[in-house]
Design a protein around this ligand. Structure first.
Ligand SMILES: [Ca+2]
Length: 292
């Protein structure tokens, strides 16, 4: 009679039991074992089976808890994300990082082919326009390109304007244009400095192009050239879909009227800056006027 501790492969059986109860059942011939050992093995096997089932149940439970935790975590993350998105929408709707949504300037401190501002809103088809802006140019002799508009499939016109603003001070500049004979006028600090015709006559401005501040575009939204860049600061870039009267332009330039552009108004959330260009709080209209 073999008892525990003899050279029966008991340890091997246990090892096999631990490896796999199914494998054990296939491998161990109970009939070949002494009765008491067989009973003990069967009890042991039953115990291990229960332990195994309880372990499986435990793991299933942990798995479902983990799933619940993941769901809860995901719900919390989604709630936080929604709150953030609502806050962003709220900021975009009304409030601004500045005292008022228009109380900022775009600073283009270096002559590069990569610093620029971009107007997010695009233009409708225009048969006439007035563009006005405040400029402070630190470049001499030419001021470069304060703004450009490019549309796919249309060559961009570059008009040389008779302006004298390279003195490092704030100046108010307006340009009006109409398809009718391509008539244009240029104003500086409220006064008409030049007029002409035949500037793209009878060719309306095409819609859907890209308005860039500080760079001239050779392709839509790109291919800038440092020698054509504007260096300095600008503010209140505005576009109307009509030719403003000279008295309106004078009133805007001398700060007695605040007329936002009806097509492109100057608002913080409509202007993006790139490449190291920056948005800063701007001097008040009166402070800019005194800078003359
Ligand atoms: Ca160019």
């Amino acid at each position: 009679m073999h008892k525990n501790g003899n050279n029966h492969p008991w340890h091997m059986v246990l090892l096999s039991l631990l490896l796999s109860k199914h494998q054990l059942r296939a491998n161990v011939s109970f009939a070949a074992l002494p009765n008491d050992l067989r009973e003990m093995l069967q009890r042991r096997l039953g115990d291990l089976e229960r332990q195994l089932l309880s372990k499986v149940a435990e793991l299933e439970n942990e798995k479902s808890q983990l799933h619940n935790e993941t769901s809860t975590h995901r719900q919390k993350t989604e709630a936080a994300l929604n709150a953030l998105l609502e806050r962003v929408a709220e900021l975009e709707r009304g409030t601004s990082a500045f005292k008022a949504p228009d109380a900022f300037k775009v600073s283009l401190p270096l002559r590069t082919n990569y610093l620029y501002g971009k107007i997010k809103k695009t233009l409708p088809e225009l048969y006439a326009f007035t563009v006005c802006l405040w400029l402070k140019s630190s470049a001499s002799p030419g001021i470069g390109t304060p703004f450009s508009y490019a549309v796919p499939g249309q060559a961009n016109e570059v008009a040389q304007l008779p302006l004298f603003i390279s003195d490092g001070k704030w100046h108010h500049v307006c340009v009006t244009w109409t398809t009718r004979d391509g008539m244009w006028e240029a104003f500086q600090d409220g006064e008409k400095l030049g007029t002409g015709d035949n500037l793209a006559p009878w060719h309306p401005i095409k819609p859907g192009g890209v308005l860039i501040l500080g760079q001239e575009q050779d392709t839509v939204g790109g291919r800038f050239d440092a020698t054509q860049a504007f260096v300095g600061e600008m503010s209140q870039f505005s576009i109307w879909d009509r030719v403003l009267k000279p008295e309106d332009i004078m009133n805007i330039a001398n700060c007695s009227a605040n007329m936002p552009g009806n097509i492109i108004p100057w608002v913080d959330n409509n202007v993006d800056v790139f490449g190291g260009a920056a948005k800063w709080p701007v001097e008040t209209c009166e402070e800019r006027l005194l800078d003359l």
